[in-house]
Design a protein around this ligand. Structure first.
Ligand code: GLU
Length: 292
């Protein structure tokens, strides 16, 4: 299988300049290492009608091109179900009936890291299980044997983070992001994951899950986010932050692209041109402040 990088947006709305900057970086990382570049629409959750088409249009407009067909997670339920079956057959899953509120209110398990699932449903006896099954649909959780796991990141170095009994399938039947992302990357031959550094804390969970499924762990690069003047992650409410808004306000797409490239220390022009100067070792490590 060829080695690939990817961009995997959730089609919840238009991409803003922060998302586009991450997409440009993912493209540059992949192309500069001779990888193919894939586009995966993460539409299991938070999908808004029409958003995918807008996102693909804006990526193309900014010069982010991809190889092959766009893949959508909603067409891949079988792959996720197979992975959960494998984990189940290895004794690595259990049913969980907790509501969010019950989890918040449960006393945390001794020595458990902050925010970890307290393990309420980990060892239900058959009678309890039968009773709970009759009351609510179950989510499926991973029976984790570790409390933390370490990954290597191209920009952050070694990173150790919490691994708890995280959800693999929600109680409404939707596959959880952490499972889908691991299965998809492996099945698509993705061996380089470049994404916003807000996802770094989830990465140890994903790498641990990959190890349980005998999937090679990809190379990671978690890139700095774009923030507003208050240092808060950029969002639609921050004004003109999408290509559409900006062009209506008089900033053409090429000028937005050049600003994004400049923020990365790269020359203006096409992404192919910027590729010649791309060097991950000198990338800015701090969030970039966007001001309209
Ligand atoms: N779909 C996720 C997002 O838009 C990104 C997931 C990933 O790159 O692993 O935040």
């Amino acid at each position: 299988m060829t080695s690939a990088g990817r961009f995997a947006p959730s089609p919840s709305g238009e991409l803003h300049v922060g998302n586009l900057r991450t997409a440009i970086l993912a493209w540059l990382f992949a192309r500069s290492t001779g990888r193919t570049f894939l586009l995966r629409v993460e539409d299991l959750d938070r999908a808004r009608a029409g958003a995918e088409a807008e996102q693909l249009r804006d990526l193309e407009a900014i010069g982010v091109t991809w190889d092959g067909e766009v893949v959508r997670q909603t067409g891949r339920g079988r792959l996720y179900a197979d992975a959960i079956t494998r984990l189940h057959n290895a004794g690595l899953t259990y049913e969980c009936f907790c509501t969010r509120r019950e989890i918040q209110e449960a006393p945390s398990a001794p020595h458990a890291p902050q925010g970890a699932y307290p393990g309420t449903c980990r060892n239900l006896d058959p009678a309890e299980l039968e009773f709970k099954r009759a009351t609510r649909p179950a989510a499926v959780r991973l029976r984790s044997a570790v409390q933390e796991y370490s990954v290597q990141d191209r920009l952050h170095g070694a990173f150790t983070g919490v691994v708890d009994d995280f959800v693999l399938r929600r109680n409404d039947g939707v596959t959880a992001y952490n499972l889908a992302v691991v299965v998809d990357d492996a099945e698509q031959g993705v061996d380089q994951v470049v994404r916003g550094d807000d996802l770094l804390p989830s990465t140890p969970r994903q790498a641990y899950l990959a190890s349980l499924l005998s999937i090679p762990v990809p190379e990671y690069a978690h890139v700095p986010l774009v923030v507003n003047a208050d240092g808060v992650r950029l969002a639609k409410r921050d004004g003109a932050v999408t290509l559409g808004d900006l062009s209506r306000a008089g900033t053409p797409v090429a000028a937005v692209r050049d600003r994004l490239l400049e923020s990365l220390g790269l020359p203006p022009g096409t992404l192919e041109h910027a590729l010649n100067s791309f060097d991950p070792d000198v990338l800015p490590r701090k969030p970039w402040i966007w001001s309209a």
